[in-house]
Design a protein around this ligand. Structure first.
Ligand code: FES
Length: 137
């Protein structure tokens, strides 16, 4: 078989295989946002009472970073990793968020510090009135 004929018979299947591969790769690279809209309250007299504690509600993970019932003492970000949607965890010793599936890490404000995730977590607005925290965004 001539070289040109041989390559001609390969090109269509090879191109089809590449198209399949590129489709799979682009799905993995684009990931999922996982961001939700939120509007809920938390009673700070019973929840998030200790520094480093966290809770998940309505697709949002809320963490107490410091003492005091002021917004700067907390953070609230989407719980779904922006890579493939796995629920992230708060890592108190590192003061960051860690995804258990592929190891992406995020700052407490949601910025990516280690991939494969490439998109920041959505951060929500926190307001506090007395012992009632409201999370919106
Ligand atoms: S799902 Fe892959 S790093 Fe989170």
């Amino acid at each position: 078989m001539e070289r040109r004929t041989f390559l001609g018979t390969l090109s269509a299947p090879v191109l089809a295989a590449c198209a399949v591969c590129m489709g799979a790769c682009s799905k993995s690279a684009s990931g999922s946002s996982g961001a939700v809209s939120a509007n809920f309250t938390i009673d700070l007299s019973t929840a998030l009472t200790s520094v480093g504690s966290s809770m998940v509600q309505a697709g949002v993970i809320v963490v107490r970073l410091a003492a005091g019932n002021v917004p700067a003492s907390f953070t609230a970000v989407q719980v779904a990793c922006t890579h493939e949607g796995t629920a992230i965890n708060y890592n108190a010793p590192g003061t960051n968020f860690v995804c258990p599936l592929h190891g992406s890490t995020f700052t407490t404000s949601g910025a990516v510090t280690l991939g494969p995730a490439s998109t920041s977590l959505k951060q929500y607005t926190i307001t506090i009135n007395g012992t009632t925290m409201t999370v919106t965004g």
